[in-house]
Design a protein around this ligand. Structure first.
Ligand code: PMP
Length: 361
């Protein structure tokens, strides 16, 4: 017995975890600074923590009301119909739901390269395929409509990541509008705003009232600090929003996650603090790292270090975990997530020392 041919399915490579690295190096996890997965260094909102505790005794029951409440709350926040908000386990879950709703076998998606690997993974799980447009270092990872349209060949879904992981660049709104007006009628533009809160650019969600070929992804994993709970959502065009009932995995967004997300939405102060802190950290990283960096609108900064694997390993030995961007196709770069003030300063000290010692690749 064998599963189907999975040779085209590249495994997802996550940022390394604190426990994992601590065990490997025989270190105390407390001594490690983890800046490899773009998480919120301030943790979840205390209100979300209280909601999680309050929800604990209720988890013997399937989540229904909490899911409805969160959907309605988000619809209200963004001025949408409740049907247009597809709550999911992380934005990853929304990627799957959109793929299920859109792709027939052998349909293709178009995605950025480098880029977030789950777009093509999800397409392949659903018997589709993926093509890429290049967001190139030579152009400082600038994103434009032309760049996408040059590679576009009528794909069913086109992913636009703004801010873009792992570079931090954004797709300006007028470029998105140009794309919405240029692609063929059957193409859905999926605007991934997983890092949207950290950007100066406003969300594209309001464009859903004007264009019926745009969906927007959002998550509670980053600015809201709920990555471990797996809760996110897609905002989709009204015309086919009822497809959710046919494609979603029943009860995949848990009671605890929905309750925590609702509480997190009520704690604007925590989100504002998290965003402010990330903006400070990314500016500090860019100003103080002795290596080329790129302007970032996310909660991370891409840094060119020469031999990313050597630098990542050396930093790890000194207790700072960063992301080697080899798996993104950028073996000369690392991605450093925005930490607290102390974490950011520690990362800069450690990385500057290492970069001056590790020979270029
Ligand atoms: N999109 C992008 C660009 C991401 O970087 C991530 C997470 N790293 C996601 C979506 C998925 O986030 P989550 O499933 O945690 O909501």
């Amino acid at each position: 017995m064998q599963p189907r041919d999975l040779s085209a399915h590249a495994p997802y490579v996550p940022g390394r975890g604190t426990e994992e690295v601590a065990r490997e190096l025989g270190m105390d996890p407390e001594d490690l600074t983890k800046l490899s997965s773009n998480e919120n260094p301030h943790g979840p909102s205390p209100k979300a923590v209280a909601a999680i505790e309050d929800a604990a005794p209720t988890v013997s029951v399937y989540p229904k009301t909490a899911h409805t409440d969160l959907t309605e709350r988000l619809a209200d926040k963004w001025g949408l119909e409740a049907e247009q908000v597809w709550v999911s386990p992380g934005a990853d879950g929304s990627i799957d739901y959109l793929t299920r709703a859109m792709l027939e076998p052998d349909d293709r998606i178009l995605e950025p390269s480098p880029g977030f690997s789950y777009y093509s993974m999800s397409a392949r799980y659903h018997h589709g395929d993926a093509a890429q447009y290049e967001v190139s270092k030579g152009d400082d990872f600038d994103q434009t409509a032309d760049l996408v349209l040059d590679a576009y060949d009528g794909e069913r879904m086109v992913y636009l990541t703004t801010p873009h992981n792992p570079t931090g660049s954004v797709l300006p709104r007028d470029e998105l509008v140009e794309l919405a007006e240029s692609v063929e009628d059957h193409t859905l533009l999926v605007v991934d705003e997983a890092y949207g809160e950290f950007a100066e650019e406003p969300s594209a969600i309001d464009l859903l009232s004007e264009y019926d070929n745009i969906a927007v992804l959002r998550t509670f994993s980053k600015a809201y600090g709920l990555a471990g709970l797996r809760i996110g959502y897609a905002c989709v065009p009204e015309a086919w929003a009822d497809a959710y009932a046919r494609v979603n995995t029943p009860f995949a967004a848990s009671e605890v996650a929905c309750r925590a997300a609702l509480a997190a939405l009520d704690d604007e102060e925590h989100v504002e603090k998290s965003v402010e802190s990330a903006r400070w950290s990314r500016a500090y990283l860019r100003e103080h790292l002795d290596a080329p960096t790129w302007e970032s609108e996310g909660n991370f900064v891409l840094v060119e270090v020469g031999d990313a694997t050597a630098v990542t390993e050396a930093a790890q030995r000194e207790g700072v975990i960063v992301r080697d961007c080899g798996s993104f196709g950028l073996p000369e770069c690392i991605r450093v997530s925005c930490g607290t003030e102390a974490q950011t300063k520690r990362a800069v000290d450690v990385l500057n020392r290492i970069v001056s010692e590790v020979p270029p690749a």
